[in-house]
Write a protein of this length. Sequence first.
Length: 95
Amino acid sequence: NEELLLRTLLPQLSELQHLTLLWAGKEAVKKMLSPEGIPGFLELTLLKISPKTSSTTILTFSKTGKAPLPVVAGILDTSYGIAYCCENNQSSTSL
């Protein structure tokens, strides 16, 4: 469950910050995959969280039939989220 992963591995962040990271991460993955057809948020699943600092993490998402996609995500000034996704020399950023 995505919410449980966020609460357990990023307890220092608020629920709103959790949702901001999740949305920014999924949006970056959607943009990365857009040449293949933009997936819906429900088609993307948060698999893993690897915290790096108190406000940045690597989120790993999966889309059915695709290899897992790592996304670097962070909270800026406690209220803005940013996420960056790369695959095969392509990149996508979501603010």
